[in-house]
Design a protein around this ligand. Structure first.
Ligand code: ATR
Length: 280
């Protein structure tokens, strides 16, 4: 503790009690010697403008935004960083000189985790993104920004097409297309952004398609070792769990708020401790 004034930050969403953000960000505060509180504030979409006005008046340094508010938050910001504008969703707000600036760190957090934990080289890599929801949009935009050749694979084709169009609009030189699940074979990177495997042993693709040496990230982190990751690891793939993505997107948020990056180890440990405490 270095005696800085007390900082306030929060995560807003509905429901929010399950969010690991308070534990992760509190660990980052502690590790950086910051004195602060990180609250979880339950907020439905219809209450968003009131909650945002309150946070603004209370002088928070910023806040994280989770489901179902990421899109609605676009209209509450005074300005949008490119990261949020290109994806069409906000997961982090910084209160800068009285203005609320909207960012999106989900995709960059995913790419950081692929590189830092999985050892992936994204520039020129063939990256298959399974799913075409909000997480896919953020991840696909960031992968394209880092020079990956992005293939979007989804059960519902029209949604995959929407992601491809969004990436082309946000990243002018993007190499992005729709693919089918067979493109997993030979991919350098595979990211599961579907909800398949959440609390079940289902897998979003046939794991026999996964090559040795492919880096596989599963955005699902309940369980932390999903069936996909277990099967991919058994095939010699390098695996990155969704908790790493969560921690890296939080690290990016800390960088936005404080212009310095915390270590990810204590943030991950705090998330694991919190999950363990909830199991008891
Ligand atoms: P998020 O915003 O968290 O990314 P979402 O918008 O609900 O979540 O998207 C969920 C993704 O998981 C979608 O791509 C969905 O596929 P569809 O667009 O075809 O609905 C995918 N998904 C969910 N359940 C699935 C299943 N059983 N099989 C295949 N894909 C599934």
């Amino acid at each position: 503790m270095n005696g800085e004034p007390t900082l306030r930050a929060a995560v807003i969403g509905f429901p929010v009690a399950q969010s690991l953000s308070p534990a992760i960000h509190a660990a980052a505060f502690a590790e950086s010697g910051r004195v602060g509180a990180f609250d979880a504030i339950e907020c439905k979409t219809e209450d968003l403008s009131g909650v945002v006005a309150r946070l603004r008046n209370e002088g928070v340094i910023g806040f994280s935004v989770t489901m179902p508010l990421k899109e609605a938050m676009l209209g509450q910001c005074d300005t949008l960083d490119d990261s949020a504008a290109a994806v069409g969703a906000v997961n982090c707000v910084a209160h800068e000189d009285g203005l609320l600036v909207g960012y999106n760190t989900d995709g960059e957090g995913c790419c950081d985790a692929l590189e830092a934990v999985g050892g992936a080289r994204l520039d020129g890599a063939i990256a298959v993104v399974l799913g075409a929801g909000g997480t896919s949009r953020a991840v696909s935009v960031s992968l394209a920004r880092r020079g990956a050749k992005v293939v979007v694979v989804n059960r519902t084709q029209v949604r995959a097409r929407e992601v491809v169009e969004l990436v082309r609009k946000g990243v002018p030189r993007a190499d992005v297309r729709i693919g089918d699940v067979s493109t997993v074979r030979g991919a350098d990177v595979v990211v599961n952004t579907t909800s398949v495997g959440m609390g079940t042993v289902e897998m979003p693709c046939d794991p026999s398609l996964i090559d040795r040496g492919t880096v596989v990230l599963d955005a699902v982190y309940h369980p932390i070792r999903t069936a996909l990751l277990e099967a991919a690891e058994a095939r010699g793939a390098r695996c990155v769990d969704g908790l790493w993505m969560l921690v890296h997107q939080a690290k990016r948020q800390q960088e936005i708020w404080f212009s310095s990056a915390p270590q990810t180890g204590p943030m991950r440990d705090a998330a694991l401790t919190e999950l363990e405490a909830r199991r008891q």
